[in-house]
Design a protein around this ligand. Sequence first.
Ligand code: ADP
Ligand code: MG
Ligand code: MG
Length: 474
Amino acid sequence: MTAPWDDILLNKQLIEDVVPIAVDAALLQGVLMRTKEEPNASDMVNYAPFSLFPSPVPRTLFEEARAVQQDFNLLVNLVSQDFRFLKQTLASTVKVDEFVAQLFKIYRHVLEEGVAQSVFLGINRSDYMFDRGTDGIVALKQIEINTIAASFGGLASRTPDVHRHVLTVLGKSEEASRLLSNHPAEGIAAGIALAWKLYGSDKAVVLFLVENIQRNIFDHRYIENELWKRKISVIRRRLCDVAERASLDKDRRLYMDGQEVAVAYFRTGYMPEDYDTQGWDARLMMERSQAVKCPDIATQLVGTKKVQQELSRPGTLERFLPTNPEAVARIRKTFAGLFSLDLGEEGDKTAAMAIATPEKFVLKPQREGGGNNIYSEEIKKVLEKAGNSAERSSYILMDKICPQPVKNYLLKAGGALQLSDCISELGIFGVYVRHRKELLLNEQVGHLLRTKAVQHADGGVAAGVAVLDNPFLL
Ligand code: ADP
Ligand code: MG
Ligand code: MG
């Protein structure tokens, strides 16, 4: 795809002149991150990495991604209420994956005790790439759906104005006016606010669970501030704070430092390193409570790659959405090939196929946060080593998506200015709220475009690989 600014990309002088203007625009718009050196104080901040230009995205595929988001919300909501499906699907995984096993143990504990929570809040982000088939046709393919700590809804609300300014300065004001506005932070906050209201206690707070290292705090702040605007109090605590100072009363209401918690919104807790023994105790306490967890433990499990793979099995979507064949068709259209590596004949076939043509696939463990996937020759090594041992079933195999690269400059604080071949990943934010069995909100609330140089197989913005971007619809 060619963009209307392709002629400018090679004009070195013009690019060098516009970069400082772009960086200042990002700072002025609040596209910010704390620094590596001082991740827990805002005395030193810098711009969050972003692309100098927006990236061309096919309009029809963008619309397709937006249109399927409510379907995905419905699906996640239903799967999260199906213990038997989750148990069966994750049975092989929990045997070999300590982390998923721990999550599952808490899930089981909460079900056995009886779920105290009656309001459920889902904030997810379904991620896609634009796959160029061998026939040259470009298709929208889902990479994954994130059901916990789906990030960058805050900063993504501010990046359109940065690109508008850059394009205007470069004499492309007509293109600038065509860039979409984007308000995921508002939509996410509206979901949290509704959950808070349904919880029904005026004085209760929203608790953001945060990491020990908080470089991406500004992304959170946009959501926090939207809540404060609605006169909803927000507190930020780490899992260790919860372990040390939170408690449940006899009705299993959750209190943190003496304040009742209506909503516990997780921006941590998605990888093993987020938990020590205390952290797991904190998670269990919260899950047992009446507070609205976002996500509750079942919904976090729905976000595993293993569940994604099992949902792609013929007949499974139909089972969850029996009266909604249109939704089933929309969802299925976004699925790439996903293959089980469970022990047995099916898994043996998958492993043999991956070993024979590793460059066609991505091997995925049950991890979040980027940088965990395995590619090309490494796939062969890992699968040959795992052989027929149970370890093999800790992975799933996925068709590799191959987008057409586009040239852009990726701006990172302290980084060199370099024209790169880039590929983009589109995320769509979805929010839903359920009160007992009744779905009261189901919305698509905005998007995120992340772009990275093609040589990086994996890794997100937080990992320093991808940068924030905007779609320019063509
Ligand atoms: P995580 O939960 O760690 O973000 P992802 O499934 O999103 O895991 O994979 C991380 C990154 O790896 C993605 O952002 C994407 O760049 C790349 N990736 C994942 N799946 C594929 C795929 N099927 N084809 C090509 N690249 C992929
Ligand atoms: Mg993920
Ligand atoms: Mg991802």
